[in-house]
Design a protein around this ligand. Structure first.
Ligand SMILES: *Cc1c(COP(=O)(O)O)cnc(C)c1O
Length: 360
């Protein structure tokens, strides 16, 4: 029997519906053998740190945690005091999808939201929002502490290196650190065609939530500080936040296998390639309109009622939202490290059949 016990033929609901990559499965099995010291005092955690430094071509401080929410929240808590402001996009995962965990970990804090098309805010809008630094110093105001961007964004787009640099320059000019929510960092690096270093610290990112779970791990993320001095109290925050794993070697084993042989970049490239194939196909289907540029492994579209019905009838799973009076719906499709031609082909065939059915 297949491990997939539900009846969906194709599942594009998210990238975390994909299983785990074989290299990571093998690494966990290997790590299960024998004895190792707890709480990160093990060889695999040390190896992960070395691999991360090599991958990003710089000295850094890297801390494994088990969820992206923890990575973001603990990272932001190291950057912001209880009276601190984090600037982020209004659709940011830290705003919409983390149940106020960042504010919880910060012990207060305040998210201040910026708008902007395709999931991005601009350096100019950030600058306008920050205004005159001397005005912010008044005791009555929460104090600017950090800026956070998601890469990929929540609309599946990638900030360009120039856009990141411009945001970082504004943040730094105001004495703020730049955090990047990299739940889909691998997909972004692939989209930009640059090095991991260029996609992060070389463009001004100070702290990265480095995601692996959505891209082939079981459950592993890391908080990476490119200025190790910023990491001064994270070990206490991580422990207090319940993310200092006693059997840390199992998180680190996943992260080592993820980074080794550039496996993570290969996984991300596969996911992005599958999304591109889907997007290219969908552009030619009547009744399908793409809503945002497809830079990585996520597609947002509006599809007609007949295409939606045909896809559901063909066993295609995805999130649908915003049904219009004509029955059309918005959908999000997310491809994964293990999405294959069989899945994208089946989906496109069903969509085309739905379009044809509507025309008949
Ligand atoms: C999935 C995701 C996360 C992490 O979510 P968890 O469910 O806490 O692991 C963080 N940021 C973005 C943009 C995401 O899509």
């Amino acid at each position: 029997m297949s491990a997939q016990s539900n009846s969906w033929r194709v599942n594009f609901a998210s990238d975390n519906v994909g299983g785990a990559a074989p290299e990571i499965v093998a690494a966990l099995a290997e790590a299960a053998d024998g004895f190792a010291m707890p709480y990160g005092n093990d060889d695999l955690t040390e190896k992960f740190r070395a691999l991360a430094a090599e991958t990003f071509e710089t000295e850094l401080a890297a801390y494994p945690v088990a969820t992206g929410t923890a990575a973001n929240s603990i990272a932001l808590a190291t950057l912001a005091p209880p009276y601190g402001v984090i600037y982020c996009h209004e659709g940011a995962h830290i705003e919409e999808d983390e149940c106020a965990a960042p504010e919880f970990y910060i012990g207060g804090g305040k998210l201040t939201l910026l708008g902007g098309a395709d999931g991005k805010f601009s350096a100019g809008d950030l600058k306008a929002k920050l205004g005159d630094p001397s005005a912010a110093a008044a005791v009555h105001h929460a104090q600017p502490a950090a800026v956070s961007i998601s890469q990929l964004t929540e609309k599946g787009t990638a900030y360009t290196l120039e856009e990141i640099r411009a945001i970082a320059d504004v943040a730094h000019a105001h004495g703020l650190r730049l955090h990047m929510d990299g739940a889909r960092f691998a997909n972004a690096v692939n989209a930009l065609g640059c090095s991991p270093a260029e996609a992060s610290w070389k463009s001004g990112v100070d702290v990265l939530s480095f995601g692996a779970t959505k891209n082939g791990a079981f459950a592993a993320e890391a908080v990476i500080f490119f200025d190790p001095a910023l990491a001064k109290d994270i070990e206490f925050r991580r422990k207090r936040g319940g993310h200092l794993f006693s059997k840390m070697r199992f998180l680190s084993a996943q992260l080592c296998a993820y980074l080794e042989n550039e496996n993570w970049l290969r996984y991300g490239a596969n996911a992005n390639g599958a999304a591109k194939a889907l997007a290219d196909g969908l552009r030619n289907v009547d009744g399908v309109e793409l809503l945002h540029p497809v830079d990585g492994n996520e597609i947002f579209a509006r599809i007609s009622a007949s295409v939606h019905q045909a896809l559901r009838a063909a066993g295609c799973q995805y999130y649908a939202f915003g049904e219009a009076p004509d029955g059309s719906v918005g959908i999000r499709l997310v491809t994964a490290f293990n999405t294959g031609d069989a899945e994208t082909g089946h989906f496109l065939e069903a969509a085309r059949a739905g379009a044809k059915g509507a025309a008949a």
